[in-house]
Design a protein around this ligand. Sequence first.
Ligand code: BJW
Ligand code: ZN
Length: 249
Amino acid sequence: MKLDFEKKFIERLSTAKKVVFFTGAGISAESGIPTFRGSDGIWNKMKPEELASFDAFMRNPDLVWEWYQHRRNIINNTKPNAGHIAIAELEKYYDVTVVTQNIDNLHRRAGSTKIFELHGNIERNYCIDCKTFYNSPELEISSGVPKCKKCGGLIRPDVVWFGEMLPHDQYSGGEQAAEKSDICFVVGTSAVVYPAAYIPMTAKQAGSFVVEINIEPTDLTRYADYSIFGKAGEILPEIVDIVKQIKGE
Ligand code: BJW
Ligand code: ZN
């Protein structure tokens, strides 16, 4: 499929220097990782709010731990898709910053180098009592929630649940990159979870050109300067092709 991109978008691609990719679960969908919401979201039966909170963890730590363990297995058995790879490739042409809500490491594995992780990382875990950190491979043999070797406390994934603060350095790094960006791509996110969803709005207010890539319209569509509807793994490689043409390759 060859897309006919709008002229104003092509113009921005020719003059842009700093580019931000604000990404969500949809970019990893084509790697086989289920999204949270949207028509394809397989956690549809269970609201993320019912599992992704500290209260849910304290009510049923084994259930929440098993959910993360299940997702770790999916992530460990998959690889970055054409969308992640296209974003990494664009570093040849632009100063690219990835600001992701995903915890799956696929941007890093694809080769992106400047990444802000707003909602943590599934590879890291910590004891809720003494805050000792553990990497996931050290914990994989256990069934049910593991306990801290030092104090016996429950170990949780180092991710951001509802009602919890985002890591300040990651959010402020993402916010600054958005403010300085010439183009802000918003890829595969329903843009309903805050404060993350302020990132593209911050970019827009600072004069960036906001381009949404999603299989369906979202809460952000009316703010976007340009919306491209389709799969990220198909559209992003086409954007790389156009950029190569613009740069005379
Ligand atoms: C494709 C595709 C393909 C499919 N190609 N596209 C302001 C207003 C209202 C509420 C709040 C507010 N400020 C704060 C809140 C409360 C709350 C919140 O936002 N609630 C709303 C949901 C109502 N926010 C918080 O609690 C945050 N913390 C906070 O505010 O702290 C301050 C505070 C502290 C103490 C007291 C009070 C305040 C924390 C939010 C943490 C979110 N955590 C999760 C779990 C992370 C760990 C994990 O992964 O398990 O983050 S929830 C889940 O949602 C996860 C995601 O990162 C996040 C966003 O989801 P995402 O990525 O957008 O995925 P989907 O599934 O929603 O969308 C996928 C999209 O892809 C769809 O659009 C598809 O169409 C598309 N798609 N295939 C392109 N191939
Ligand atoms: Zn401990």
